[in-house]
Structure formats: C-alpha cells, structure tokens
Ligand binder design. Structure first.
Ligand SMILES: *Cc1c(COP(=O)(O)O)cnc(C)c1O
Length: 454
C-alpha cells in the first residue's frame, strides 16, 4: 500500500507539473487512445500498480487541463494544494460521514467549516447547512427546506403527505435563472414550466420593479452572480418586497456568494444577508476538488425537517451535528474536509486576495480585448468577461480556433441574442503571466480570422 500511494503521489505531481508544457485541451490522439479502456470486464485480478499505470498512461493525457492556470471555461476553479492533499488523506480515512458518533473527525470538520463560511458570508451563526455535491444539489437541498417551510405555514406537511392535494406554491425566478435551478425545482415537484419568470435588465439582473405581488405559499429565487455576466440580482430590494408578501427568498450564489468574502467586491452581495436560504459551490471559486457544494438555511429547523431520516426529528445536541440530518444522502464522504482545508490554508485574507486577483485578471482580459477593438458585452464587475469577435459565425470560428490552439480554453454562449466567448477566471493558479499569454493567443487567433484586424 505504501509503495502504491507513493507512486501515485509521484504520478499526480508529474501530471500537475506537466500542465505547464502541454496544451490545455487534450490532444486528439490522446482522446482517441481512450478506446484502450474499452476492455471486457476482466475475469481475474490486476495488480494495483498496473491499474494505476493504465489510468495514468491512458487517462492523464486525455484530460482537459482544468487544474491548470489557463482553463477559463464554465466557472471552474482549480484545486488548492491543501484542498487536494486533504482530499487524498480523507480518501484514506474512508469515513462514512453520516453520523457524528461514528465519524467524529469529518463531522466536526464540517461543523467548523460551516461556522467559518457563515462568518465569511456575513450570515447568522444559527443557520443550518449541508455539504453536498455542487450547486445543483445545494439549490435542491435549500429549496426542499423552503418547500417544507412555506407549506408548513399553510398547514401542510409535505414530507408526510407529498404534493398531491397540497396548496400550490408560487415559484418566481428571473429570465436569467440558471438552468440547473430549474431542474432542481423540477426534482422537488415544483415544476419546470409553471415558474413565474421576471424580466431582467441588460446585465441579466432581475428587475425588482417587475416582481409580481405574491399571495399564499411562495418562493422567490434570486441569483448572486450571473453565469455569463457575473451580475447580481438586487437581492435587498427583492427581499423587502417578497418578505412583505410572506414569501421565502432563496439565493443561487454558486460562485457569486464568494464576493461577500472580498472587501472590494462585497458591495455586490449587499442584501443577500436578508434572504432565507443560499446555495454555493466550493468546487468553483473556493478551489477545492470536485465535487463540493453547500446549502445554507436561516430557519435552522427547516433543513432537517426536509432532510432528516426520522420524521420525528428532534434538535440534537448542537455540539454533535449529524451531517446526514441535513443532506439528501445518508452514507456520504465528508467533503467538508476539503472546504475546511482550503479555508485553513487561505485564511480570510488569502481568500479575499484570491477572489480579488481573479477579478483583476478578468478586467485585464476585458481591457486588452477592448483595446484591440473587440466588443466586451458585459460590465466586468466580477470574474466573467463576454466578448464578441463580430458576427455569430466569426465569433464561433475564433472560439474554435482558440480551443484548438490550446494556449488557453474558453467556451461560448449566447448572451441576449449575441454569440459570445466567455472568459471565467476562477483559479488560484492563474498568474498575470498566464493572462498575458492567453490574451496574446486570443488576439493572434482573432486577428487571423476577423476580416479587419483593428
Ligand atoms: C455552476 C452553477 C450552477 C450549477 O452548479 P453545479 O455545481 O454545476 O451543480 C448553478 N447556478 C449557477 C449560477 C452556477 O454558476
């Protein structure tokens, strides 16, 4: 075992060091070579060293360099050193982190990480929380608590009696709602198509003045950090109106919530503290390995009411938080361990510095692209940049060219009718040099493809 783990550490280190030399995208031949995995189920055993060798030799070259400093697709942080190492050690622990008394170390670390995060986001320390796989599940988990609470208020026990015959819940989202939040609502029986969609402004922010008057059980879902523009819904104004109507306000802050932890950006998150529940990702901007998200709920009893296995949930001794009382899963890995490690490594200061640095890099991208005559389509308030290289066809060709070139990787989107390239800077590893190198590659490729290079 010792020898195997040592060799694996060598392989992993070599992989990470190799990211500097290789293309960000995997080579076409490496992807084709994945066919070598397509064996029939082996009849007999394979020595563990040989299993790892095969994984590294065939698998590693066919990966996208998401752990590296020049992957700007989606919103994808890398893995901080302590977070990756904690992931390995916690893997060795192999704790089923459902109950405190059987897995005290991971349960306690999650409890501490939760307390730190509530402090960081400026939320009451009495909130409850759940460590789940990502923002999709975090939205699902927090909205299950919302569903419980708004129906309980109407005299209905949704956990016991389900939704058949329940008072209808009005669910409000914006036209720019993240598609996974709509999926979460569908999983909860709240429907993907019966949502009220509030119009947005030019940055994708929900228009508070267009929020309808709400009656009966109601949930309003706002967004902290639009996945294209990085813009924040005016959560304070929406909370005021929605709360006056007795509605629950949920914040999807998959990456934007982290702005609350950076002094120069926290104004963007003004008002989120008034909401009733929040979802965020740790595998995005906190830079822990996949998969890791977090649901937070102000009404500390609503979350266990929705998630605890026993219907007769009683508050346990708060010093002994059972993770499984808050999560959809019973058996689960203690993924909060990596969240703890990342926060311990960075501290409040290091986290703020990392968030602010990513935003500075985004502004540099925007300035460089604008100076070259390309249209930046969003106000670069956070870590997201949307750029057009001309018409849709040209923009798509430039994006393909950039992805093939492999110096960096950026994805595409359609923003309010305009085809655009998305640059999302969310890794601790991205340096100024990486930004300059990537910008130079983007401008070189765009210049070779756009009709008139300004
Ligand atoms: C990424 C994202 C999600 C989905 O998160 P996953 O971690 O991929 O499940 C939801 N909402 C927003 C705003 C996001 O950026």
């Amino acid at each position: 075992m010792r020898q195997l783990l040592a060799t694996t550490a060598q392989r992993a280190a070599a992989y990470l060091e190799g990211l500097e030399q290789r293309l960000v995208r995997p080579e076409t031949e490496a992807v084709a070579a994945l066919a070598a995995f397509d064996d029939p189920l082996p009849f007999g055993p394979t020595p563990p060293e040989a299993v790892l060798a095969m994984l590294d030799e065939i698998g590693s070259p066919a990966t996208m360099a998401m752990a590296g400093p020049r992957f700007f697709g989606f919103v994808t942080g890398g893995s901080l050193p302590a977070a990756l190492a904690a992931n390995w050690l916690a893997g060795a622990w192999d704790q089923n982190s459902s109950f405190y008394h059987v897995a005290p170390a991971t349960a306690r670390l999650e409890q501490v990480a939760l307390r730190w995060l509530l402090d960081l986001f400026g939320l009451p320390e009495t909130c409850s929380g759940a460590f789940v796989t990502g923002a999709t599940m975090a939205n699902f988990t927090a909205l299950a608590a919302a569903r419980h609470a708004v129906l309980a208020q109407a005299g209905w026990n949704v956990e016991a009696d389900g939704l058949f015959g329940a008072p209808p819940i009005t669910v409000v989202v914006s036209q720019e709602v993240h598609p996974t939040l709509v999926k979460s609502l569908g999983l909860l029986g709240l429907g993907r198509s019966r949502l009220l969609r509030v119009p947005v402004d030019g940055q994708g922010r929900m228009r508070a003045d267009a929020l309808p008057k709400l009656t009966g059980p109601a949930i309003v879902c706002v967004q902290a950090g639009n996945v294209n523009t990085g813009a924040f819904d005016p959560t304070g104004a929406i909370c005021q109106q929605a709360h006056a109507d007795g509605a629950w306000v949920h914040v999807d802050g998959a990456f934007g919530l982290w702005a609350a932890g950076a002094p120069s950006l926290s104004h963007l998150a003004d008002g989120i503290q008034q909401a009733d529940s929040w979802a965020t990702d740790a595998h995005k901007w906190l830079n822990v390995p996949y998969d890791s998200g977090l649901a937070l709920v102000r009404d500390a009893m609503a979350l266990p009411a929705a998630m605890a296995v026993t219907a007769e949930y009683l508050p346990s001794d708060s010093a002994r938080r059972n993770p499984a009382d808050y999560t959809p899963e019973l058996s689960r890995r203690g993924r909060g361990v990596e969240v703890w490690a990342a926060l311990r490594e960075l501290g409040r200061l290091g986290l703020a510095e990392m968030i602010e640095r990513c935003c500075r890099h985004a502004r540099r991208f925007a300035a460089g692209l604008s100076a070259a005559g390309y249209a930046v389509l969003n106000d670069v308030v956070l870590n997201q940049v949307l750029v057009s290289f001309g018409d849709a066809e040209t923009t798509r060709r430039v994006i393909d060219g950039i992805q093939m070139d492999g110096t960096c990787w950026c994805g595409s989107t359609v923003w309010q009718g305009h085809t655009a390239m998305r640059i999302s800077v969310s890794s601790w590893a991205t340096s100024e040099e990486d930004v300059e190198r990537s910008l130079a590659a983007i401008l070189r490729i765009a210049g070779s493809m756009t009709p008139r290079n300004p």
